[in-house]
Design a protein around this ligand. Structure first.
Ligand SMILES: C[S@@+](CC[C@H](N)C(=O)[O-])C[C@H]1O[C@@H](n2cnc3c(N)ncnc32)[C@H](O)[C@@H]1O
Length: 342
């Protein structure tokens, strides 16, 4: 694979591709183009269970809790964003800007809905070149309303870059920042959200985010002792993001104020993996939850390994109160947000 192509873009698209194989539409990832855009898994050159699972049968792939965890996250993410896109267009957005697009498929899956809308995909040049090649190969080319804007908005000015590609800042716009905020330096994130906030009222943005302690924890994990039971998983993730480190999180519990200070009003925040997200997007028609068996089995295995390791080291396994656990979950949450220009 060419240097400079985002490995994380491949990884998230792989999780969407696996999720799109779920038979029940009530819990399926609607991204039926992810698999096509990825192409031959053997050529992807990203060594991660989620990418390797592309070569497996769906039921087999979903026995691996690491695969399941990623598939669940991406299914919630895709469906939340799909719904926000549909609402934004129904509400009068005439432009859609997808920042850090990677292998995003909205412009192609929603080509009918978006026919009267101008769509812009922004990404770094190398990743965008791969995307364009895959779109040519699989779909014969992009829809006529789509413009590719190869802009690195960490190092280049986003407003001018977009304008150069025909973006009209005076029109109501829906922005997608999927899998992006954590990879941007805080200044670039503020600048991007500030740019959104400067668009006409009714313009909106969806994005996923973590809180600052999560980013700090990830940075520490490079050097800190990680429990043996969690080490392979952590190492694989650190390897995956080795060229795309996580840099930015929002202040704990402060997303509303953070956005307000930039000129945006938070409409909804949805914790991924929380009860509401499971109910909306991960529950099959028969009431079962996508991947629940594999997750329960993995939790039991991990608890057993922690216990065994603790006993071997002569130490008591750490115990946490329910309140401490809840606080930990709150701080380490991974969430989706929908915000609007007031
Ligand atoms: C985790 S991937 C997500 C891709 C896509 N949004 C998705 O969810 O499938 C992050 C994407 O953001 C892009 N990206 C990161 N920093 C960027 C920057 N400064 N300028 C432009 N694109 C950037 C990467 O190239 C990559 O495609």
């Amino acid at each position: 694979m060419t240097a400079g192509i985002s490995r994380t873009a491949i990884y998230v698209a792989a999780a969407r591709a696996i999720g799109a194989r779920e038979p029940d539409p009530a819990a399926r990832n609607p991204d039926d183009l992810a698999e096509k855009f990825l192409g031959d898994p053997a050529k992807l050159d990203v060594d991660h269970p989620v990418v390797n699972a592309l070569g497996l049968d769906y039921d087999e792939a979903m026995k691996d809790a690491e695969v399941v965890g990623n598939v669940r996250m991406m299914t919630v993410r895709t469906r939340f964003i799909d719904e926000a896109l549909q609402r934004a267009v129904a509400g009068g957005a005439t432009q859609v800007v997808i920042l850090g697009a990677g292998l995003d498929s909205h412009a192609y899956r929603f080509s009918e809905l978006l026919a009267p809308v101008k769509v812009f995909e922004v990404d770094r040049a190398a990743t965008q070149a791969l995307k364009r090649q895959r779109v040519e190969e699989t779909l014969g080319g992009p829809p006529p309303n789509l413009t590719y804007a190869p802009i690195d908005f960490e190092h280049n000015d986003l407003p001018h870059g977009l304008a150069r590609h025909g973006y009209d800042p005076s029109q109501r716009t829906f922005f997608v920042m999927e899998g992006l905020t954590m990879y941007l330096p805080e200044e670039a994130l503020r600048a991007a959200l500030g740019f959104v906030a400067g668009r006409p009222p009714g313009s909106s943005v969806v994005f996923d985010f973590v809180y600052r302690p999560m980013v700090e924890k990830l940075a520490m994990m490079k050097t800190a002792e990680v429990p043996a039971a969690a080490k392979p998983f952590v190492d694989r993730f650190l390897n995956l993001i080795r060229d795309e480190p996580w840099l930015t999180g929002l202040p704990v519990g402060g997303e509303r104020e953070y956005l307000r200070s930039l000129g945006l009003e938070l409409r909804e925040v949805l914790p991924i993996g929380g009860e509401e997200s499971v109910k909306r997007y991960l529950t099959r028609a028969n009431g079962t939850q996508l991947g629940a068996e594999a997750l329960a089995a993995a939790m039991a295995r991990m608890a057993e390994r922690f216990r065994a390791n603790g006993q071997a080291a002569g130490a008591a396994a750490p115990t946490f109160s329910a309140e401490q656990l809840r606080e930990q979950q709150r701080i380490m949450a991974y969430q989706l947000a929908d915000a609007v220009v007031a």
